[in-house]
Design a protein. Structure first.
Length: 457
């Protein structure tokens, strides 16, 4: 009997380690924010499934930052303390006690996250203040801010590569668009001879872009688009519009506001702006590069700003010819058996999905397939958005494989039976294996599993 309980204890210990790692990982990908965590995992069925199985068979672990390390070891330390308490002595009761500790681990890790959020809040304020002081000293630095529900990253990349022909440019890297991210990047990378800083600005609530602007003091602001992305966090489209418009409102009197003329919500905001402004649109007559249409629009934003800053047509044209799409942008490659793969897996939002499906429709191949998850954090707009995506899939695709169940029925209702729910990479490979040929094009959209992407290589 004792050997059995010894085995049971080591099994429990392994389960505890796996559970703590999973919950630290889960909180980390939601930036340790209760609002973001609740928006995606607040659904009772999903939360219970995660609570009991802690990530299923797969072993998840966070990126080992200082905060993740502190949360992990604090959680394990408290768990060890509970285990060491002489609460029960009988072996059967000990097993029950250990099981209860395991069941309460998600709550324990969550409380530890909230505890460590307090000192890290003040640490972030201090880092932002340091970055603000550093930028204030650089009198000749021009800061360009980019905000919007979609299109920020590609606009930033195009603008940085074009302006680099004439200026010394620094841009925030991928996924760095929060106040603390921008602040730390400024402290680590901004040097005295930098002429232009391009800062991507993201937000999940009103006031967050305003804080970034207070720190970096943009003189040019680009508003790329507004849609339902993160509606669950903002509460309404009106709040999203107000939050993104904080960039424009933060500009000085002699600043320049740049608006996407293809987005009706952005155009509404442009009409209310009393200051200096530019409106960019798709150039139907003379597209500059063989990019998807939505990238052509974003490229035009970069061109207009470059002209405003004094670059000549010749300089701009030379820069455009050398533009290299980065890893976050949509790309194509030829995969197994000659299948054409459109990789748009960096992120997913309603307009981005529809634009990618338009790009899929333009491909001359006979069979068109999309593999994608449902979109998160859309709040009450989720059903309508996914139904709209389903209708677009029906127009464009022969088959849609949806990898998450949340709003699958909404997508399926619009596709006329073309949608299949499947998240197992091996089963997806089996479904697609016979369809891989030079007559097929497959769109990989949103954050799908790496094994699915690797299958086509």
């Amino acid at each position: 009997m004792p050997s059995f309980y010894l085995f049971l204890f080591f099994f429990w210990l392994a389960a505890v380690l796996k559970s703590v790692l999973f919950w630290v990982y889960l909180w980390q990908i939601k930036e340790y924010r209760l609002d973001r965590f609740g928006a995606e995992y607040g659904d009772s069925q999903k939360l219970i499934r995660f609570w009991i199985f802690s990530g299923g068979r797969k072993f998840w672990r966070p990126k080992w930052t200082l905060k993740a390390i502190l949360i992990f070891w604090t959680s394990l330390g408290i768990t060890t303390l509970f285990v060491s308490l002489p609460v029960v002595s009988r072996e059967v009761l000990v097993a029950i006690y250990l099981a209860l500790i395991y069941l309460f681990l998600p709550l324990l890790v969550s409380l530890v996250v909230l505890f460590w959020n307090i000192p890290f809040f003040f640490l972030k304020r201090g880092i932002a203040a340091q970055a603000r002081r550093k930028i204030k000293k650089l009198k000749k630095l021009l800061v360009i801010g980019i905000a919007g529900s979609y299109g920020k990253s590609s606009t930033k990349e195009f603008l940085a590569q074009i302006l680099a022909r004439k200026f010394k440019v620094l841009k925030t890297p991928e996924n760095v668009n929060s106040e603390i991210g921008v602040a730390q990047f400024v402290l680590d990378n901004l040097v005295s001879d930098t002429e232009i800083l391009i800062a991507e600005m993201g937000a999940y609530r009103k006031g967050e872009i305003k804080r970034i602007c207070r720190m970096v003091k943009p003189k040019i602001g680009i508003l790329t688009g507004i849609n339902e992305q993160h509606l669950a966090l903002f509460g309404s489209l009106e709040n999203i519009k107000k939050a993104k418009f904080e960039l424009i409102e933060s500009l000085p009197k002699d600043g320049l506001a740049v608006f996407n003329g293809e987005d009706p919500r952005v155009l509404d905001l442009a009409k209310s702006w009393p200051g200096k402004g530019l409106i960019y649109r798709h150039n139907v007559v003379a597209p500059r590069r063989n990019f998807p249409r939505h990238y052509e629009i974003n490229l035009n934003a970069a061109i207009d700003v470059a002209k405003y800053l004094g670059m000549t047509e010749k300089e701009i044209e030379a820069a455009i010819k050398d533009i290299k799409p980065d890893g976050k942008m949509i790309k194509t490659f030829t995969g197994k058996n000659g299948v054409l793969v459109i990789d748009d897996t960096y992120s997913v939002n309603p307009d981005g999905v529809l634009a990618a499906l338009d790009y899929l429709a333009e491909q001359p191949r006979k069979t068109k397939i999309v593999v994608m998850p449902c979109i998160i954090e859309l709040g009450r707009a989720a059903h309508d958005v996914h139904a709209r995506i389903g209708k677009k899939i029906a127009e464009v695709c022969d088959l849609a494989i949806i990898t998450t169940p949340d709003y699958f029925e909404d997508i399926k209702s619009g596709t006329g039976g073309k949608a299949i729910l499947e998240n197992n990479p091996k089963k997806i490979a089996g479904l697609l294996g016979a369809k891989l040929s030079s007559e097929t094009v497959i769109l990989l959209e949103g954050r799908i599993q790496k094994e699915i992407i690797d299958f086509f290589s």
